[in-house]
Design a protein. Structure first.
Length: 544
């Protein structure tokens, strides 16, 4: 580091609450970033990475969050205690941030064009036509050329990966001096991840931009960063050059992080097991409306005629690029999106079932959503969130104490403490919120669970724990999973069968071992190459 870093954090501490309820999230953390440098901040979920980053721009929920001590200097200017007007000048202009959960960071009532152009209108004082042209340019820059025809669309109309790219476009709009990227590629597939990381490196070289990269993916750290800081329980336990840390880690926690990765294979499953879920020629089409009368002129074919079967004790992995229709397929099977085609659950046709008919079946088919913060009510405690399903379906015992014990066991199963029931979602890290979402689904003891990117926000060590947990629960309860993910290493560890999607269609489908070792479609081979950095031999067989 130079004598005067662009960003210097010195002895930062962050606490939530006070007295007996005080939670010390960050404890005396110090780090620095030079202009044009890439620095990674890594650690397990809940280690304090995101809280440290949010402190730079004073974005923590005050007064419940407070700083017992510490200093944050940007270009020599002290930001701790800075006025709101000064912070507004810096936010989005000289310092920009890509947030971990894009859907909760985007305004659900404003179009994509309005949200990106707002940054330009406020800080660059551009005219609307010039801001529109710059918005289109930014969308092309982040690989969303098709979005230029959907400038008036709202955030929920895009996939999780597309929402993440919209966030990146907003962050880069004013060519900031410092970009804080909090899990910037969490929700995108491996091919788009490679594109976005290259984009960030190219823009960094072009603009001389510094990058603080917060991630649990150590592969990204190795490719992107010059230096790395390792956090554990709110403290920075190790720091240094990336090559040195990876070659000779000194702290036991760093060694655990480097060794942790989802591994193994799923338990063999019976081919004669009863069928839990089946779909035939399933279609999920979203109308495109234009004109004053909002007439339907076309459709976005998110899922376009897919047939599948899923048996008890089996996991069907669904993979594909962002926007390929994976999440729409999962929601369509659960009747959370309007669809066409036959859907059969436990031998019963549910496509034509009404709300009252579906309600008793809901406890047997659950979903863990991609965006945990968006699916957890901020007004309810974690205990109330998990309890809600028990109350609706009359489960978990007659008394509050019985239900509390049931909730505690569900939280323990996903690696959380039972006494966390009284805390609220904003008091948890992104990875911890994901585990709360899994606990909420598991507590009802379902037969079928749609898992939409359930490990995307988790660090490697917790990913491995969740994968083992899901395998154990499947063995114990004979569960059927539809596992949606862009992380092919996790899919390989869980799936018995794999379905590869692109543009709403199935490009390849079959047993997991065949798909991973001998992919037939060029698109599937491209996904495997990006995920495992491997090449097939002349016969098409891949060595993992």
């Amino acid at each position: 580091m130079s004598a005067t870093p662009l960003l210097e954090i010195d002895g930062l501490s962050v606490s939530f609450g006070a007295g007996g309820r005080e939670v010390k999230a960050v404890r005396g953390a110090s780090l620095g970033i030079d202009k044009g440098e890439t620095v990674a901040l890594v650690g397990e979920s809940g280690s304090g990475k995101s809280v440290t980053a949010l402190s730079v721009l004073q974005l923590l929920p005050y007064p419940s969050a407070w700083h017992p001590q510490g200093s944050i200097r940007f270009a020599g200017e002290e930001l701790m205690g800075a006025g709101e007007a000064r912070l507004r000048d810096l936010r989005g202009d000289r310092i920009a941030m890509i947030f971990q959960e894009p859907l909760t960071s985007l305004n659900p009532l404003h179009s994509v064009e309005r949200q990106i152009s707002e940054v330009l209108l406020v800080h660059k004082l551009m005219g609307r036509e010039k801001a529109r042209r710059r918005t289109i340019e930014l969308l092309h820059l982040v690989g969303l050329a098709e979005a230029t025809e959907r400038l008036h669309a709202l955030p929920y109309e895009f996939s999780g990966g597309q929402q993440q790219r919209i966030m990146i476009a907003m962050a880069l709009a004013n060519e900031p001096d410092l970009l804080i990227a909090d899990e910037p590629t969490t929700a995108v597939d491996v091919t788009i991840q490679a594109q976005l990381l290259k984009l960030l490196k190219d823009l960094q070289a072009e603009l001389g931009m510094a990058l603080l990269l917060i991630t649990h993916d150590l592969g990204i750290v190795r490719r992107m960063s010059e230096r790395v800081y390792v956090m554990n329980a709110g403290r920075i336990v190790e720091q240094g050059k990336v090559a040195d840390i990876f070659a000779t880690p000194r702290h036991p926690h760093t060694r655990r992080l480097l060794a942790a990765e989802p591994s193994g294979r799923p338990e063999p499953a019976s081919r004669d097991a009863p069928e839990v879920m089946a779909a035939s020629q399933l279609k999920v089409w979203f109308p495109v409306k234009k004109g004053i009368l909002r007439r339907t002129v076309d459709h976005i074919k998110a899922v376009d005629g897919i047939t599948l079967q899923l048996r008890r004790g089996h996991t069907l992995g669904v993979v594909g690029e962002s926007g390929s229709g994976k999440s729409s397929l999962g929601r369509g099977l659960l009747r959370l999106e309007r669809s066409q085609g036959a859907i059969v659950f436990n031998g019963r046709d549910i496509q034509g079932a009404g709300f009252k008919e579906l309600r008793p079946l809901r406890k047997k088919m659950q979903m863990v959503f991609q965006d945990p913060f968006g699916s957890l009510s901020p007004r309810l405690s974690v205990g109330q969130i998990v309890e809600e399903g028990l109350l609706v379906h009359g489960l978990g015992g007659d008394s509050y104490q019985e239900r509390r014990a049931t909730i505690g066991r569900a939280l323990e199963e996903v690696g959380l403490e039972p006494d966390m029931q009284s805390r609220y979602p904003h008091e948890f890290s992104g990875g911890q919120r994901q585990r709360v979402s899994i606990a909420r689904a598991l507590v009802l003891k379902p037969d079928f669970i749609v898992l939409d990117e359930p490990t995307s926000a988790l660090d490697m060590s917790i990913q491995a724990q969740i994968v083992e947990l899901l395998r154990e629960l499947q063995r114990r309860h004979d569960l059927a999973y539809l596992f949606i993910s862009h992380d092919l290493k996790v899919v390989r560890a869980l799936a018995h069968e794999v379905l590869v999607m692109r543009g709403g269609l199935v490009v390849e489908q079959g047993p997991a071992d065949e798909i991973f070792t001998c992919p037939k479609d060029p698109y599937t081979r491209a996904l495997m190459d990006a995920a495992f950095e491997m090449k097939a031999d002349e016969t098409g067989v891949v060595s993992l």
